[in-house]
Design a protein around this ligand. Structure first.
Ligand code: GLC
Length: 554
């Protein structure tokens, strides 16, 4: 590999926040402003990350102990999945008290220490807020079902059976089956777009709105830098509870809702709520951020969520689910960029998460899957915008096969499909031990033999490991061209995708070979290749590389 960057390329670039890692390589750094426009955010699925107390479940103490690993990647922020009090029917997305910390995960003091240490390491801390539904153990729901006259009843959607009997309408739960269940007394049905233990809130109730605003302030006051907002396109429902014109075709996590389900998703009233939240965030110092999980199919509808006074970033699913194909990928990227450019918002590129198959598995598993996942990581990191890394992607993890008796995802239990447990396997930190360094004891999900072969400790020693690929890529991504440069597509042979990022004189090309044949590279210095065994002058199938283009070249 040649010199990473010519020093003159860094002239006239505003200095960014000083970071402890790798800053010596570049001296000065550029960043798009505000920080989130080019952020790299590392998603920590807390219960699978690291267990500090030997109960087999990942916790906040475990997160604290591994912050150096995360910081060594060079990410801008971490996002912690829900750690609030919860019966854990949906892995913590069934929240019983939004300002608490579930004792299984730790306590408020540990959250404070995470904030302090992460800040010291140059990373921001985002947590999750789940506004569409609560747990059926939430005090509001307990009040609502215990007394039909209780004021908390209006915080939910209770409806009589349809005139012909049965559920009030045809709405379906995203986890399978009807979205309505009878309350314990059998009096009325209540709405739950996810499991029956996750009753949907009625966002027309002013107390619901006021209470969430108080929750946001509670965590912002503690020093949290922002929120990932779960199913942000939920919240409001058709006041007439009309049937949806179409029923969902598939039951699976991580799918976007289309217009066919327009009466229970993506109602326009939702935007006013997020404008209010944005005002709250903006009233704090330090560019606090909000990442909305916006599972809508229509790109123009998605863009409405990232208008200047709403979400800074929107998390979407099309890039994740795009097949391994140059044309399809170009189309996905172009459509998203076009829609977001129209409102001046950055894109957010997501490779995997706890709701979908990991990229390695999605792209065929084994070595082929790994090659493609590594290539897609370089693609995502070279595109303009922010990106999310799901913990374990930096180790090139695959989904595991979960034995039936160990399944815990409500999708698997309700719909009888494999569900999402496979992508939630505990992280292998060491090559040996009962749970490969995840825990002193076992783990809440059994991990396969050989899982330690992917461990962080082994990858640390291998310069071609996925761990090192991520570290190098994330540091090179701080170059002005990649974090703040303009983008244009370049001509490329069939099956190849190529684009340029440019900032002043600095021009970086990203080339991805989706085809089955090797491509001969022409000019420029290769900054980084996703290849497992790089060969000079050739871009192998299922491989991406970044090239520093000569400054005279167009
Ligand atoms: C989001 C979460 C998912 C959860 C669902 C319901 O999609 O990512 O894990 O099951 O919301 O809260």
């Amino acid at each position: 590999m040649t010199a990473l960057v010519a020093p003159e390329a860094l002239e006239n670039v505003p200095p960014a926040v000083e970071r402890p890692h790798l800053s010596v390589v570049y001296g000065r750094q550029a960043a798009a402003r505000p920080w989130w426009r080019s952020a790299s955010i590392y998603q920590i699925y807390v219960r699978s990350f690291c267990d500090s107390n030997g109960d087999g479940v990942g916790d906040l103490g475990g997160v604290l102990g591994k912050l150096h690993h995360v910081a060594s990647l060079g990410v801008d922020a971490i996002w912690l999945t829900p750690f609030f009090e919860s019966p854990m029917v949906d892995g913590g997305y069934d929240v019983a008290d939004y300002r608490s910390v579930d004792p299984r995960f730790g306590d408020h003091e540990t959250v404070d220490r995470i904030i302090e240490e992460a800040h010291g390491l140059g990373m921001r801390v985002m947590i999750e807020v789940v506004p569409n539904h609560v747990s059926s153990s939430h005090q509001w729901f307990k009040n609502a079902v215990s007394d039909p006259t209780h004021k908390d009843r209006s915080k939910f959607h209770f409806r009589d059976p349809s005139p012909v009997g049965g559920t009030p309408n045809n709405w379906r739960s995203a986890f399978g089956g009807p979205a309505w269940s009878l309350e314990p007394s059998g009096r009325q049905y209540y709405l739950h777009l996810f499991s029956r233990e996750q009753p949907d809130l009625n966002w027309e109730d002013p107390e619901v709105r006021a209470d969430f605003e108080q929750t946001l302030r509670f965590w912002l006051d503690r020093g949290i830098d922002g929120f990932r907002v779960d199913v942000a396109h939920g919240l409001f429902k058709d006041p007439l509870y009309r049937d949806n014109p179409e029923l969902p075709r598939e039951v699976r996590g991580g799918l976007a809702q289309g217009d066919g389900e327009r009466h229970c998703w993506n109602l326009p009233e939702v935007h006013e709520v997020y404008r209010g939240w944005r005002r709250i965030l903006d009233s704090y110092t330090g560019e606090r951020a909000m990442l909305g999980e916006v599972g809508v199919v229509d790109r123009e509808q998605l863009a409405l969520y990232v208008r200047p006074d709403e979400f800074p970033l929107a998390y979407e699913f099309e890039f994740i689910h795009t097949e391994w194909d140059a044309v399809a990928t170009k189309e996905t990227v172009s459509r998203l960029l076009r829609a977001l450019d129209a409102v001046g918002a950055p894109a957010t590129w997501v490779l995997s998460n706890h709701d979908v198959l990991r990229a390695v598995t999605r792209y065929g598993g084994g070595e082929q899957g790994l090659r493609r996942a590594r290539a897609k990581a370089l693609l995502a990191m070279a595109l303009p915008g922010a990106m999310i890394i799901y913990n374990g992607d930096e180790l090139g993890l695959e989904d595991i096969d979960v034995p039936e008796e160990a399944l815990s995802d409500p999708i698997a239990l309700v719909a009888g499909v494999p569900g999402r447990d496979g992508s939630r396997a505990p992280i292998p930190w060491s090559s040996e031990g009962p749970a490969f360094g995840f825990s002193e004891a076992g783990s809440w999900l059994p991990v396969p033999d050989g899982w330690g072969g992917r461990s962080a400790v082994l990858q640390e020693r291998d310069p071609f490991s996925t761990l090192w690929l991520y570290r190098l890529a994330l540091s090179i991504r701080r170059l002005p061209a990649l974090c703040a440069g303009d983008m244009r597509w370049l001509d490329a042979p069939e099956g190849v995708l190529a684009f340029e990022r440019r900032y002043g004189k600095q021009r970086i090309h990203c080339i991805v070979n989706f085809s089955a044949r090797p491509i001969v590279m022409q000019q420029g210095d290769v900054l980084l290749s996703s290849s497992l065994r790089p060969i000079g002058g050739v871009l192998e199938p299922d491989t991406a590389c970044w090239v520093m283009a000569p400054s005279g070249d167009t």
